[in-house]
Design a protein around this ligand. Structure first.
Ligand code: XMP
Length: 558
């Protein structure tokens, strides 16, 4: 063994169990005989292009997935403990190793799943991911003399890395790291540097790349192009992940799964269940029956509009149940937010089951579960996180119903669901509808939910929605709504004293509801909304605007 080889061999590519797998030099040698990534024209038409993102716990991992999807390439996130066999089931054309909070030299630091490097597929390591490549393939990582947080200027050298094709020689990038590469693995070279990081971009000149900065965040303005270059120039993807292709694939899969079976779906009026139902309907037509339960907690005119869209415009079978009385009876005297959610969830299951039973034998249940829900419930870190609210109001249908789940949107982000909805021909106002919580207006009424208080809130909410739409701000906002508080205050109307309710306004911008910022609505718009509410909604004499972000607040008040 040569000196270099010995050195590399002494740095084992190890797993959590510390099993020796291979050395980089051996891998690199094998790679000589490996074909380069296929050229776009060599990829069979319709073959799904996918990339696997290995998640080391970075708060930005889901952003990597979003950026990859924005480049029209399918991807999935896998926890770093996932066996390679499972990851390979999506037939990835490359791997992206995310950032993460650990340091690679710590005991029990998370490592790549066994076999990633041996797969000979392209690898892009980001921050921790790059340090891991270095550590596992024979280099050295240690705490840096100077930490680098925030924006930095990246200077490319004349390495001509395919990741930076067509980009300027100096780029603004976003850094967030304390460790740095002291020694690169044998065969690796640096393609770019910043003031504090001489090895800000590394590569083996073949298929393995590392970025010390975060290309997935908006603070790296050319970041998406860098990711795109990896996907297209290194992995050989062409960008076949489009709403049209997704619909075709899903329809075929649903047909195959359902056969002659019968499917039910609970419509909420929201975009997720609407798109899921439409997709299943496109696949199996009248074998699908939707159930729309009016829980008495919906916005003004909501049930009528949803029914009109599904029954008249889309010609779908919809069973409509007005169960308002049952739900409101169940909420009598309840003021605790979690208790409200529990009562509503329990009642929903009862009503849904009773309606479904009337339909005879049913085999499948369709749900509009989205990828963020899947990521959230699959990540151990999140599982351990403190429970703030129970968001999943339908905890599950009774097992005696024995239904198989169909979740066609399970791997989509919200913006992708909207694009699929548009492609399927759902009306724009349904596709662009702001999210609305399952427990509806019940969690926007502080204190007891009564018919009288629901009417007050519906009146205020209607005005907020109208004015926001009139100001053409509806789509820019994640959510805009009114809250009816249990606080009363003194006011004066005409010459008389009033003692009325306080209504709060909430308008937030957000990407995914995990964090949100309060919207800087124009003063004139706030003035119009406030004016209209106190004039048009009996019982309200004061309006306030909520100027807290999430965190520390949440979007909903309950
Ligand atoms: P928070 O209030 O936790 O809300 O910041 C984040 C997002 O979730 C929605 N939300 C719910 N959705 N059932 C739902 O289906 C719930 O119980 C629930 N609580 C909050 C909220 O509207 C926001 O979009």
């Amino acid at each position: 063994m040569s000196g270099a080889k010995e050195k590399a061999a002494s740095h084992r590519v190890s797993t959590s169990d510390d099993v020796e797998v291979s050395t980089y030099l051996e891998i690199a040698k094998e790679m000589q005989g490996v074909q380069a990534a296929p050229k776009p024209e060599e990829i069979p038409h319709g073959a799904r292009e996918a990339v696997a993102i290995i998640d080391f716990g970075s708060q930005y991992s889901h952003l990597i997935a979003r950026r990859v999807r924005e480049c029209n390439v399918y991807c999935e996130l896998f926890h770093y403990d996932t066996p390679l066999e499972k990851i390979m089931s999506i037939q990835p054309r490359g791997f992206i190793l995310s950032g993460g909070p650990a340091s690679v030299y710590e005991k029990n630091a998370p490592l790549t799943p066994v076999g990633i490097y041996e797969s000979h597929l392209p690898v892009l390591g980001i921050c921790y991911g790059m340090q891991l490549i270095t550590h596992q393939l024979g280099g050295t990582v240690a705490p840096g003399a100077r930490h680098e947080y925030g924006q930095a200027v990246l200077h490319l050298n004349d390495d001509k890395s395919p990741l930076f094709l067509d980009l300027e020689e100096s780029l603004t990038v976003w850094m967030s790291h304390g460790d740095e590469i002291m020694e690169m693995p044998t065969g690796f070279r640096s393609s770019a540097s910043t003031e504090n990081s001489p090895n800000a971009v590394i590569s083996d000149g073949l298929k393995i790349f590392g970025l010390q900065f975060h290309p997935e965040v908006v603070h790296t303005p050319q970041g998406k192009q860098i990711i795109r270059n990896f996907l297209y120039n290194v992995c050989g993807c062409r960008g076949t992940w489009t709403p049209g292709n997704f619909i075709q694939e899903s329809i075929a899969a649903i047909k195959g799964q359902v056969g002659n079976g019968k499917v039910i779906c609970a419509l909420s009026g929201g975009v997720d269940s609407a798109v899921a139902a439409k997709l299943v309907h496109a696949a199996i037509g009248d074998q699908l029956t939707c159930i729309f339960v009016n829980n008495g907690l919906l916005r003004r005119e909501e049930p009528e509009r949803a029914l009109e869209t599904f029954r008249k415009n889309l010609q779908m079978n919809v069973v409509y149940v007005d169960a308002s009385d049952l739900f409101l009876d169940n909420l009598k005297g309840v003021i605790d937010p979690e208790q409200k959610r529990k009562n509503i969830g329990r009642e929903f299951i009862k009503v849904f089951e009773s309606e479904a039973t009337k339909l005879g034998k049913i085999d499948f249940l369709t749900q509009g579960t989205l990828y963020p829900d899947v990521i959230e419930s699959a990540t151990p870190e999140t599982k351990a996180a403190a429970k703030i609210k129970t968001h999943h109001n339908v905890g599950g249908l009774p097992s005696r119903m024995a239904l198989t789940l169909i979740e066609p949107l399970r791997y989509l982000f919200k913006d992708e669901v909207r694009n699929v909805g548009l492609e399927l021909g759902l009306p724009e106002d349904m596709v662009w509808r702001q999210p609305f919580p399952g427990p509806g207006l019940a969690i926007r009424i502080i204190g007891e939910v009564t018919r009288e208080r629901l009417d007050i809130l519906r009146g205020a909410d209607w005005i907020v929605m109208n004015e926001i739409k009139k100001a053409k701000l509806y789509r820019q906002m994640w959510q805009t709504f009114a809250i009816l508080t249990d606080l009363r205050s003194v006011g004066v109307m005409g010459d008389g004293r009033t003692y009325g309710y306080l209504v709060a306004l909430r308008a937030v911008t957000s990407q995914d509801a995990m964090t949100a910022d309060w919207a800087r609505l124009p003063y004139n718009l706030l003035a119009t909304i406030s004016n209209r509410i106190v004039n048009e909604v009996a019982g309200v004499n004061r309006v306030v605007y909520d100027i807290t972000s999430k965190p520390p607040s949440t979007i909903e008040w309950e």
